[in-house]
Design a protein around this ligand. Structure first.
Ligand code: PLP
Ligand code: COI
Length: 340
């Protein structure tokens, strides 16, 4: 039985669900892992995560398809990215096959929380890992927890499919130079001030520029960016300091192989965005959210698609991607993991 929730009115928030997956790393190995009903984490006051922010996370979703199955979208890529992130943070990677197996277990255990097909909501899956034993000198922990919880979510941006406005902030996106491509908690902590400030000034998100030259478009606090040129080419920033978005990689493939559009990853100068026809944010949480306007210190760019609706190409990309995720359109081999 599906839970009795008004799925259509859900925003992007946390709701405690029934089970979470927990595995502990000690004496050089991961234990077998359990499903727990306890949503609290109890830690020593000097735990590595609390003192030196040794933590990372992932984000993916489970979808109810048109035919009533429950599926995940490319969880192998989240498993791989989390391993890469863990290595960068001197944490022991959680084995990639076990990551996928744990996702399957935790979604199955919370199957009643998977929103119905067509409700507009999905089940967000949050794997995360942190240093759990006491450390006081600046060094990695020796014990860790890998956990996954799930929570049903609606649209990331208020207003659903309405285009949003971004601003170019005076802040850099990530914490230390060179860690922008990993999904480390500290990078998000360092973006909180910028997002609070953006919201205060009426903007939905920040469009960060490269910190070395402040001339090139990077990404936003929680999503990558794509643009559509006047010739209907999809372009997206090439940078090794942005998160390698799985949604973006998938959209580039969809553009080329499903829609017959050219898709290019290249450096994008902030001064050229005025020449683009459409702009959108892409990510697991953001899906594909249209951007109507970008404000760069008083210099406003309103894309021709405007502030009322998604641009035509963005809409096609959105329909194809969500069609694949919800089982309406045949997926490329290996993209869909059936859970139930
Ligand atoms: N960029 C940032 C900073 C993010 O937090 C996310 C979300 O995970 C993305 C991009 C999009 O990545 P993905 O499509 O893999 O969810
Ligand atoms: C995601 O899309 O999974 C993200 O991590 C974005 C944000 C919720 C942090």
């Amino acid at each position: 039985m599906t839970k009795n929730i008004d799925w259509g009115s859900l925003g992007f928030g946390y709701i405690t669900t029934d089970y979470r997956y927990v595995s502990e790393y000690k004496d050089g190995k991961w234990d077998n892992g359990i499903l727990s009903t306890d949503s609290n984490v109890v830690l020593n006051e000097s735990a590595g995560v609390l003192q030196y922010a040794q933590t990372c996370f992932e984000g993916l979703k489970a979808y109810r398809t048109e035919k009533g199955q429950v599926v995940c979208f490319r969880p192998d890529l989240n498993a791989k990215r989390m391993s890469d992130t863990a290595k960068r943070l001197e944490m022991p990677p959680f084995p990639e096959e076990r990551f996928i197996d744990a996702v399957e277990k935790v979604v199955k255990a919370n199957i009643e929380w998977v929103p119905p097909y067509g409700s507009g909501a999905t089940l967000y899956i949050r794997p995360y890992m942190f240093g759990s034993n006491a450390v006081i000198g600046v060094k990695p922990a020796t014990e860790y927890q890998f956990r996954i919880f799930v929570t049903p979510v609606g649209p990331y941006f208020k207003g659903g499919a309405k285009p949003i406005t971004l601003r170019v902030p005076d802040f850099d996106r990530a914490a230390p130079r060179g860690t922008g491509h990993v999904k480390a908690g500290l990078n998000y902590a360092m973006s909180l001030h910028a997002i609070v400030d953006a919201h205060k000034q009426g903007y939905a998100e920040n469009m960060y520029l490269d910190s070395a030259t402040r001339t090139k478009v990077e990404e936003t606090g929680g999503a990558n960016i794509i643009f559509v040129t006047k010739d209907n080419e999809i372009v997206t920033p090439k940078s090794n300091s942005i998160l390698p978005s799985i949604t973006r990689r998938s959209l580039m493939y969809v553009a080329e192989h499903y829609l017959g559009l050219k898709a290019t990853e290249r450096e994008i100068k902030i001064e050229e965005i005025k020449d683009f026809k459409e702009c959108a944010l892409c990510g697991t949480a953001a899906v594909l959210s249209p951007v109507g306007k970008v404000v760069d210190h008083g210099n406003e760019t309103t894309f021709p698609a405007g502030m009322e609706k998604m641009g035509e190409i963005t809409q096609k990309l959105y329909d194809t991607l969500t069609g694949i995720q919800m089982g309406r359109i045949e997926a490329p081999e290996g993209w869909i993991k059936v859970i139930e």
